[in-house]
Design a protein around this ligand. Structure first.
Ligand SMILES: Nc1nc2c(ncn2[C@@H]2O[C@H](COP(=O)(O)OP(=O)(O)OP(=O)(O)O)[C@@H](O)[C@H]2O)c(=O)[nH]1
Ligand SMILES: [Mg+2]
Length: 429
């Protein structure tokens, strides 16, 4: 856990890319790691790159490079090393010994940020679960970190017996967290059933793409937005007015990132459930990021790994930051390579209208067109059809009224069961 609040911990970043990785890609990854470190509260005072064909078993990087790193640490008065790669427990502890500094890998850093950001009981439980699962496999090395946070700075590693006890304690705690989260998930399920007839959209995307900003602007209701990574850990759902009497339920979800630890996403059940049940995924992309296409791929990989699929609409966001020429190029590229997409901006007047219109069209298309035939004096049902649906045509037929309307599936069933009301399919589009 990085200490925040006091003087920020001074850290050196280490990347060990493949020999054939482009310099651009290496810079991109280091820049992102720097942002993660900053979000976690560390101050980055240097970085070190060693290109490798394969990591070494002992230290991940070469011995010579490790000694160079140690000198750098001393010179910069840095006490923390952050690796962009995942280290084995053995590599981690060997490095800590050789460098006389604390070593964190990418997964640990991300877990650290999540722990820092968790606000609700559910998010806290989810993060703790992910941390414990990670910790369980690395008990020996992490033990010192744990005792640090408990105030026992400098505590030495525990003996084997202690490790066994810790493992059992951890397993018990994991089981308990799973039960707790199961309970929260079930109560959410009941709440969700109540709104099943509404069109549901999940906003997904790379962290910092602008998901929360978009939902805030569309719904007119405050959400937490920040120019840092993983601002959102809790999914929030808002009803959004799409115009012409259409509404949809939009859900904001936790952001993804390259090499996101799987057990971490998997523990975010709320987000996963929302994505699973959505009628449409809006994949929000920061089109002003140099590497937006890499970020898109990373998101698609996470979705595929979690077996999440469904219709996707791409929202290429932050276009206010592009020049006219860049915007045209983006349009061309998206039209050529990607499916349905819209360009959006939260900062520009009307910048979300293309998205709103696309969502309205989808919501509209999700409703069947039916003919409802009812008695003229049945004012209650008549009002209901106008309230629940979009009336396309109205005809008086003697003492009967015939309405052609687009309506949510759920209400069709309700009207069918009413006496004196007849519902038929319609040939009207
Ligand atoms: N210029 C510009 N900035 C934007 C736009 N949309 C969002 N931002 C900024 O981008 C940053 C991240 O926005 P968020 O809405 O927090 O992003 P997010 O996708 O919810 O991020 P996570 O919750 O971390 O996954 C904030 O500083 C926003 O103000 C946009 O259209 N244009
Ligand atoms: Mg957010």
């Amino acid at each position: 856990m990085i200490d925040i609040g006091r003087v920020p911990e001074r850290a050196i970043l280490v990347a060990a890319p493949h020999l054939e990785d482009s310099q651009e890609l290496v810079d991109e990854h280091l820049e992102e790691l720097g942002r993660l470190a900053d979000t976690a509260g560390a101050q980055v005072v240097g970085q070190l790159v060693q290109r490798l064909t394969a990591p070494t078993a002992a230290l991940f990087i070469g011995r010579g490079k490790a000694d160079q790193l140690r000198e750098r640490l001393e010179r910069e008065r840095a006490t923390l090393v952050i690796f962009d790669e995942d280290l084995s427990p053995a590599q981690g502890s060997a490095l800590e010994k050789r460098l006389a500094a604390r070593v964190m890998d990418r997964t640990e850093l991300i877990l650290d940020i999540f722990a820092l950001r968790a606000r609700t009981a559910e998010a806290k439980a989810q993060v703790e679960l992910a941390q414990l699962q990670y910790l369980r496999t690395r008990l020996k090395r992490m033990w010192t970190h744990l005792s640090r946070t408990a105030g026992g700075i400098g505590a030495r590693g525990p003996g084997e017996q202690q490790l066994e006890t810790d493992r059992r304690l951890i397993d018990r705690r994991i089981a308990r967290l799973r039960r707790e989260l199961g309970g929260i998930s079930r109560s959410r399920e009941t709440r969700r059933k109540a709104r099943r007839d509404e069109f549901r959209v999940a906003l997904v995307g790379y962290t910092n793409a602008g998901k929360s900003s978009i939902l805030q602007a569309l719904s007119g209701r405050e959400l937490f937005v920040e120019d840092r990574l993983f601002a959102t850990l809790d999914s929030a759902t808002r009803s959004v007015d799409l115009g012409d009497g259409y509404r949809a339920l939009l859900t904001d979800t936790v952001g993804f990132i390259r090499k996101l630890p799987h057990h971490l996403v998997a523990s975010f059940r709320a987000t996963l459930e929302e994505i699973q049940e959505a009628d449409l995924l809006v994949h929000v992309v920061d089109a002003a990021a140099r590497n937006w296409e890499h970020q898109m791929e990373a998101v698609n990989e996470v979705l595929a790994d979690l077996s999440l699929s469904g219709p996707v609409l791409l929202a290429l966001n932050k276009v206010d930051q592009l020049t006219h020429a860049e915007e045209e190029a983006l349009r061309g590229r998206a039209a050529e390579l990607y499916g349905p997409h819209v360009l959006t901006s939260v900062r520009e007047e009307g910048g979300l209208e293309p998205l709103r219109a696309a969502l309205r069209a989808r919501t509209r298309a999700s409703r069947p067109t039916v003919r409802v035939i009812l008695a003229s004096e049945d004012g209650g049902t008549l009002a209901e059809v106008y309230r629940e649906g979009e009336v396309l045509e109205r005809r008086q037929n003697g003492s009967r009224i015939e309405l052609t309307a687009r309506v949510p599936v759920a209400v069709v069933g309700r009207w069918r069961r009413k006496r004196g009301v007849e519902v038929r399919g319609s040939d009207a589009a």
